[in-house]
Design a protein around this ligand. Structure first.
Ligand code: GDP
Length: 427
């Protein structure tokens, strides 16, 4: 098993945490390549429930070297807090490698994130307010701070002084907010440098060396393909590339090393914040599902919007990422629904469309074309074999496979590791 990517195929929150944790049993290295602590993965294993925002889910497997790659933006307070929480629960965190080239989420990024979102008023993107977008903006503007810079106080001071002046001018003159004292920011950075030093590595070498030894490397995606900065429903997107290209740039990895790409789909759709969700359910049904499945954000606690499975968006995601296998999660959530809709096409001004439109204006005009399938009386919850599924649930799984055009290898029937049906081994 060389490099194998696990990618959110919808709008995030598909259950990648569980899938990565499950597959990490066979890996030596689990590398996160994009996003920041705006992501949230929940892993349930024999030691209880773990919620992770920055640390790769692979940390819960003792043989794994977890890596935070250069494509991730790191809020050191969040990372150090998460490491302490894990360490307090007996997890060995010293294996973690953090890229010296990952960008740092600075205190002014967090402040500006909220100020900018507030200024957008009714056009708010629905950011998590954690400073991720502003940190990626500074990376692209070449005024960002990298984790490696935190280890060099002199260099950092020279680099940061003009940046802090500029950020303070922005905060006070544009947004009418208070400035952040430069000394406070610098002190914080020096303290972060000390605390993070043991973890900082040239992580592309960690990944490349692991591959050279013939070990298995899992590439852990965050968020989902339809939130991709380039390929998602812009501007309602995240500030990084959760799709497969992000794995190469975000880790310093050749695409030739990637031998498998698995797409993680929920058995229905959810989305946090604004932006199109063509197959959105009526609120009555959505409300039932939201409460049953506790569809609230791990990071923000916000209620997720709920939709039926959207095969048009799903096929787009599959083609973009080149999925070689699929994982279908949360099938158990649909237990007890009398009938289940699947969005098989879009109606655009009376024309049937089966390709995902790239313009927001077009997408907003699309109406779902549904196929209705019978629900099931029995339960899929905790099933570990396809033979345990009611026939209607099997038909639903088969139909999704057919509509996406890629084989489903795993079906997840509950949050715990063992609540998994292996139709075909993924790795
Ligand atoms: P991620 O961001 O893609 O990792 O997804 P999250 O971790 O935010 O959300 C997934 C949630 O669903 C977590 O609470 C998981 O424990 C839970 N989960 C994962 N797979 C299943 C499943 O098959 N059934 C149910 N009921 N919950 C699941």
């Amino acid at each position: 098993m060389p490099a194998y990517a696990v990618i959110g195929a919808q709008w995030g929150d598909e259950g990648k945490g569980k899938v990565v944790d499950y597959l990490a049993g066979k890996a030596h290295c689990v590398a996160r390549y994009a996003g920041g602590n705006n992501a949230g993965h929940t892993v349930v294993n024999e030691d209880g429930e773990f919620t992770l925002h920055l640390v790769p889910s692979g940390i819960l497997r003792p043989q794994v070297t977890p890596v935070i790659g250069n494509g991730v933006v790191v809020d050191p307070d969040v990372l150090l807090g998460e490491l302490k929480g894990l360490s307090d629960r007996g997890v060995d965190v010293h294996r973690l490698a953090v890229s010296d080239r990952a960008h740092v989420v600075m205190p002014y990024h967090v402040r500006l994130d909220s100020l900018e979102e507030k200024a957008r008023g009714s056009k708010a993107i629905g950011t998590t307010g954690t400073g991720i977008g502003p940190a990626y903006m500074d990376k692209a503007s070449r005024i960002g701070v990298r984790v490696g810079d935190l280890l060099d106080p002199e260099y950092l001071r020279g680099r940061l002084d003009p940046v802090i002046d500029f950020k303070n001018a922005l905060m006070t003159k544009v947004y009418g907010a208070d400035p952040i004292p430069a000394d406070e920011v610098l002190e914080k950075c020096f303290a972060w440098g000390n605390d993070l030093k043991p973890y900082v590595r040239q992580t592309e070498l960690v990944v490349q060396d692991s591959l050279a030894r013939g070990e298995g490397v899992l590439l852990e995606g965050a968020q989902g393909t339809l939130l991709d900065l380039d390929h998602g429903t812009y501007p309602y997107v995240t500030s990084s590339n959760p799709s497969i290209g992000g794995a190469c740039t975000g880790l310093g990895l050749s695409p030739r090393e990637i031998t498998g790409v698995t797409g993680v789909f929920k058995a229905y759709s959810t989305r946090v914040g604004g932006g199109p969700l063509t197959a959105e359910m009526e609120e009555d049904t959505a409300g039932l599902l939201r409460e049953k499945a506790w569809e609230y954000g791990v990071t923000t606690g916000r209620a997720r919007r709920i939709g039926w499975f959207d095969a048009v968006a799903g096929r787009y995601s599959a083609t973009l990422n080149g999925f070689t296998s699929l994982v279908l999660t949360r099938l158990d959530v649909l237990d007890g629904f009398p009938s289940i809709k699947v969005c098989v096409g879009y109606d655009l001004d009376g024309q049937a469309v089966d390709r995902f439109p790239t313009s927001l204006a077009t997408l907003e005009k699309c109406r779902p074309i549904y196929e209705e399938m019978p629900g099931w009386d029995g339960q899929t919850a905790s099933a570990t074999d396809m033979s345990q599924l009611p026939p209607e649930a099997t038909a639903y799984v088969n139909r999704i496979e057919e509509l996406i055009g890629c084989p489903i290898h795993l079906v997840s029937t509950g949050p715990r590791r063992w609540e998994t049906i292996v139709k075909k081994p993924v790795l």
